[in-house]
Design a binder for this molecule. Sequence first.
Ligand SMILES: NC(=O)C1=CN([C@@H]2O[C@H](COP(=O)(O)OP(=O)(O)OC[C@H]3O[C@@H](n4cnc5c(N)ncnc54)[C@H](O)[C@@H]3O)[C@@H](O)[C@H]2O)C=CC1
Ligand SMILES: O=C(O)CCC(=O)C(=O)O
Length: 366
Amino acid sequence: MIFETISTSNHEEVVFCHNKDAGLKAIIAIHNTVLGPALGGTRMWPYASEEEALKDVLRLSRGMTYKAAVSGLNLGGGKAVIWGDPNKDKSEALFRAFGRFVNSLGGRYITAEDVGIDVNDMEYVLRETDYVTGVHQVHGGSGDPSPFTAYGTLQGLLASLQVKFGDEDVGKYSYAVQGVGHVGMEFVKLLRERGAKVFVTDINKAAVQRAVDEFGCEAVALDDIYDVDADVYSPTALGGTINEQTLPRLKCKVICGAANNQLANDEIGVELEKRGMLYAPDYAVNAGGLMNVSLEIDGYNRERAMRMMRTIYYNLGRIFEIADRDKIPTYKAADRMAEERITAIGKLRLPHLGAAAPRFQGRRGN
Ligand SMILES: NC(=O)C1=CN([C@@H]2O[C@H](COP(=O)(O)OP(=O)(O)OC[C@H]3O[C@@H](n4cnc5c(N)ncnc54)[C@H](O)[C@@H]3O)[C@@H](O)[C@H]2O)C=CC1
Ligand SMILES: O=C(O)CCC(=O)C(=O)O
């Protein structure tokens, strides 16, 4: 059953990590390393079952392959999940045990933050392996990638507004933002700074209150976010929120947010197209964090990172052009762009085997 699943999703390697003393149950999935080592964050979540955790890590790691490819990065796709409650189960031992597993892969997989994980957790991982990014600036790292992901999402939004409305006046439009965590809070701040009307929701009531008090957003109940009459829906929490149940409720003209795996399935992408809703493919929009942490490999440079964020605008423009040219939905255009690059470069290079391990210039003892 597991081999069948892995073979259907075309993964290279899936590692089940277990350490009883540390209470670690984690899965690292390496989807594809044709373009380079697999870089992708670690998610900590109280999954209902092992199947759910496996399904999540497989989808997320595949998405990373496409994200790196479409963004022009020399990176493959991988991701990890730790099965646990981020509010209760974190410890130094847990993250160090996890770090050892990451290290054992010799640089084929490089980790970073995702949902439920912050820069302090990566501090422990760094004690066990160099193959971690998004580490504190004191170590020569780039810190929390979320503000970059949010800024990159803004670039994707500008490209989307341009295509849909013919202008890039963020403040003229209204937004329904689902999830005000690390990325979402930064994103609503950027929207409000530009004068936009912003509706927010989150399961974390304190986060919603902060978005209201500090940034002047309007709170809506969790499920009501799908019914809000806003121009743009921004999924910035977990994946799969655009599905058969929510689609008929959405009134927006543009979908542009930072969450990974927003579409429940490909048919939803086709349906969005039919309904004239512009879908900005998630992995192209939310690549800012990946771009930012990837710069740690050669020596982090913030100015370079900010310049890279702008490429998201052009990547989205290219995706929309392909969709228009080939008369295909935007999700498919993004997939096509990514797959063409992997195929072309794959003909030139063999899969990354760890021989040319990432360097991590300028960090710690380097
Ligand atoms: N942190 C980063 O740089 C990147 C994050 N992403 C994606 O962006 C999304 C958000 O990531 P982060 O902000 O880092 O995570 P986070 O854990 O800081 O924030 C997620 C927020 O979503 C909320 N949430 C969970 N389920 C919800 C629901 N059903 N309805 C409303 N709110 C809900 C949580 O309470 C939390 O506040 C995730 O899908 C992640 O994979 C993608 C690229 C990079
Ligand atoms: O931004 C990060 O934490 C690394 C990249 C990543 O995991 C993602 O883009 O989902």
